[in-house]
Design a protein around this ligand. Structure first.
Ligand SMILES: [Zn+2]
Length: 405
């Protein structure tokens, strides 16, 4: 992976390259970025950058061979690195890193047990891992676990994996100056992660830990305190839009609409496109109707339908509704221009503005955020959507009470 393959994140890339050039690299880095920000591709690109021979000023094409006269003339290192901002892509180290077969870059990620009782390590799934990254560098952990057939099994970074890391890092590096351990989703480390503490605190020479995480709160605090933070922000909408057009051949108008909903999350943008046949607006319209008319039978039917969607689609639907409400606020303030909405959506947003005030819409947004959080954590969908229906009705009815008084 190259830095140029990573969408946006110009400042972070620059910061990383400078850390190398100025020799300010800490031995344990934590790349912290929400899903779809590109923290993993960024870490992969950084790994390649670190081993690239040109970046290290070691490229054989730049070096003079042994002196013909039997003594070594002082050789000026032809170090081209100070200006290099990406791996060269030509040296053997780059080729290996790009194929994810470089012997000094180790990968660690959550895996599942194939049959009960076995104790899986990340390397057991290495060919799947390479294929997954190739196919979906912006994939999330859910995609990955489905990719290896987890279904409902929980992924884990196991104690055996920790032992394997300790073993691998105790070896001398093979080809590169650095030995790198890239761990994706350290959130999946249980208590056994404490086995790694000593290694992170006092690593063997030239060993670099790169942890790539989404959620700071879910990482063992003992590990967190030993790492240097590299924050990877969400992308700008225009970067997502541009990437969709260039990498995914999305028609510009659709790219603009989808980028508006995805809000800096490229993974989400791709998912939305995949499910663009989903008619979220109709589903939402139906929900509002049965809720506001207090049609209880209709509500039960709607909730059953929503419960059948599955976790990923439920999250998408909630996000869609959230986006629409945010656009409602914009519509009030800025008028119908420059909204990330299609015509029927604009029409619906105008209606929503009639039934709910900004404060009420904000209250609904808060509830939707909470719901998305619980969906993520496998809450019972029927109960969740039923409760949400009741809350939404309360929020909107309160306005009626207020306006009557
Ligand atoms: Zn290179």
């Amino acid at each position: 992976m190259f830095f140029k393959d990573v969408i946006g994140q110009t400042e972070v890339k620059q910061h990383l390259a400078e850390m190398v050039q100025l020799n300010r690299l800490s031995h344990a880095l934590l790349f912290l970025g929400k899903q779809g920000s590109g923290a993993l591709p960024l870490a992969l690109a950084f790994g390649q950058f670190l081993v690239c021979e040109k970046v290290n000023g070691k490229s054989t094409s730049n070096q003079q061979g042994p002196s013909l006269f039997g003594f070594d003339e002082p050789v000026e290192p032809m170090n081209t690195s100070p200006t290099l901002t990406d791996a060269c892509g030509e040296c053997p180290a780059c080729t290996k890193a790009w194929q994810m077969v470089h012997p000094d870059i180790h990968f660690s990620y959550p895996v599942i047990s194939k049959k009960s009782g076995d104790k899986p390590k990340s390397t057991d799934f290495i060919s799947d891992w390479r294929e997954f990254i190739q196919q979906s560098p912006y994939g999330n952990v859910y995609d990955w676990l489905q990719f290896i057939g987890a279904e409902n099994k929980q992924g884990n970074i196991t104690a055996e994996e920790c032992n394997d890391i300790i073993r691998q890092l105790s070896l001398k590096s093979f080809e590169s100056e650095y030995k790198i351990l890239l761990m994706w989703m350290p959130e999946y480390l249980g208590k056994e992660g404490n086995k790694l503490l000593k290694l992170i605190e006092e690593p063997p020479a030239n060993t670099l830990f790169i942890l790539v995480a989404e959620s700071e709160e879910q990482i063992l605090p003992t590990i967190l305190s030993r790492t240097q933070l590299v924050k990877v922000p969400l992308l700008e909408n225009v970067e997502v839009e541009q990437a969709l057009i260039e990498r995914n051949n999305t028609p510009p108008e659709q790219a603009r609409l989808v980028a508006g909903i995805a809000q800096g999350n490229y993974h989400e943008a791709l998912q939305l496109l995949q499910h663009s046949e989903e008619d979220w607006l109709s589903l939402l319209r139906e929900w509002m109707n049965v809720t506001l008319k207090e049609n209880q039978l209709g509500q039960v039917k709607w909730v059953e339908e929503a419960a059948k969607l599955g976790r990923e689609k439920q999250k998408q639907f909630l996000r869609y509704y959230n986006h629409l409400l945010e656009q409602c606020v914009r519509l009030r303030i800025l008028g119908p221009q420059n909204l990330s909405l299609s015509e029927p959506e604009k029409d619906f947003a105008a209606r929503l503005n009639k039934v709910a005030s900004v404060t009420q819409q904000q209250a609904i947004i808060t509830e939707l955020d909470k719901a998305a959080y619980y969906v993520e954590r496998n809450a019972n969908a029927k109960i969740l959507f039923h409760a949400l229906t009741i809350k939404m009705l309360h929020i909107i009815k309160d306005k009626v009470l207020v306006s009557v008084v």
